[in-house]
Design a protein around this ligand. Structure first.
Ligand SMILES: NC(=O)c1ccc[n+]([C@@H]2O[C@H](COP(=O)([O-])OP(=O)(O)OC[C@H]3O[C@@H](n4cnc5c(N)ncnc54)[C@H](O)[C@@H]3O)[C@@H](O)[C@H]2O)c1
Length: 331
């Protein structure tokens, strides 16, 4: 497989949160980026680092045309629906976009010429793991449709590799968080289901913060998660693509820090960073929330030479707060 310093990358979902940070990261390193997105949840304003193709990943002809026209060296695939609760209410949408859409990408690559594919996996493939920290050899047993769609995608990738030699890396993120250090992009989901932006919106007085459960078997009773800065995620995608372009093997890799942070710790730190109190209300536990979910990051280090650099709580919260205060998100 060819190895060169410069790559052209087609990014599906590049108008979204993690995709836009990855486009910026690629462009800053001199790579060429094409965003392919249907703007269903993404934002045209966040496509700043290369051409934009408006298209759906389930549209075989449109995607094939984009790949034929732009001839990327590789693809990074973020396009997805992402809300666990919605996936329970509307599983058809999730299987359609996350499974059929991913299948369409693989079929286009099969027919247009295989090239490396890096995809957004998720810690949701593990369900309620009985080990902590969670390594890639932990049992995959997703407990909701969202997690199942991510696991099915990985199974399809393994089958396409056997049949069509499609090289792939699935990056299983834990909790993506934070925003671009220059404020050029940030987290912009509507509705927002993630804790940190919701903590910051509560600080600004926009909405109530709900804390689901404070009676878990953790030191302060609130759930513990592994927060990984979005710029660290961006770097891992580029490292994964370079790994594949160098002819190294397909694999699944957890992306996290190995450090657990509780909801109460986030609230306390957010209060410190913003200089304001965080009003919140405690609600009963949500079904399906494990007390603790923390990645074992060893494999990312060994296989990709990747390590989180920006994922300390101070950097995560101050970058997210700066983005929130810039008022670019419409809420
Ligand atoms: N945010 C997290 O904490 C997290 C954690 C684990 C995994 N992930 C995964 O990371 C990826 C990106 O997440 P995000 O937070 O940036 O989400 P996002 O909603 O901000 O971005 C998703 C992008 O995909 C686009 N898209 C959706 N359906 C499409 C379709 N059918 N065709 C073309 N484009 C489509 C949207 O318009 C949007 O721009 C997703 O695959 C998600 O499952 C996210």
């Amino acid at each position: 497989m060819r190895r060169k310093n410069w790559m052209k990358v087609l990014v599906t979902g590049g108008a979204g949160y993690i995709g836009s940070h990855t486009c910026k990261y690629l462009a800053e390193r001199g790579h060429s980026v094409v965003t392919y997105d249907n703007l269903s949840t993404g934002h045209r304003e966040l496509v700043k680092w290369g051409p934009f193709v408006h298209g759906d990943i389930r549209d075989y002809a449109s995607l094939r045309r984009a790949i034929h026209t732009h001839e990327p060296d590789g693809l990074i695939h973020f396009a997805s629906v992402i809300a666990v609760g919605e996936s329970v209410q509307n599983p058809g949408l999730y299987y359609d976009i996350n499974c059929m859409g991913s299948l369409t990408i693989m079929q286009v690559l099969r027919d247009e010429g295989v090239r490396p594919l890096v995809v957004s996996g998720s810690a949701a493939v593990y369900g309620l793991p009985n080990v902590c920290p969670v390594g890639e050899s932990a049992v995959t047993n997703p407990i909701n449709p969202y997690g199942r769609t991510k696991l099915v995608m990985e199974w399809m990738l393994a089958d396409f590799e056997v049949a069509h030699k499609l090289p792939w890396v699935a990056l299983r993120y834990f909790n993506a968080s934070g925003a671009d250090a220059d404020g050029e992009t940030g987290e912009w989901h509507e509705p927002e289901t993630h804790l940190i932006p919701n903590v910051l919106r509560a600080v600004r007085g926009g909405q109530e913060l709900k804390v689901f459960g404070n009676d878990y078997s953790t030191p302060d009773g609130t759930c513990i998660r592994d927060y990984i800065h979005v710029s660290d995620l961006a770097a891992a995608h580029v490292a994964a693509l370079e790994h594949l372009l160098a002819g190294r093997p397909s694999t699944s890799i957890n992306l996290g820090t190995g450090r657990g942070v509780s909801v109460a710790e986030i609230i306390a730190k957010a209060s410190q960073v913003t200089g304001k109190p965080v009003p919140y209300t405690v609600y009963p536990r949500r079904p399906g929330d494990p007390a603790m979910l923390v990645a074992d990051p060893a494999r990312g280090r060994e296989v990709l030479g990747w390590e989180a650099k920006y994922s300390d709580l101070e950097t995560i919260l101050s970058s997210a707060w700066a983005w929130e205060c810039a008022g670019k998100t419409a809420h």
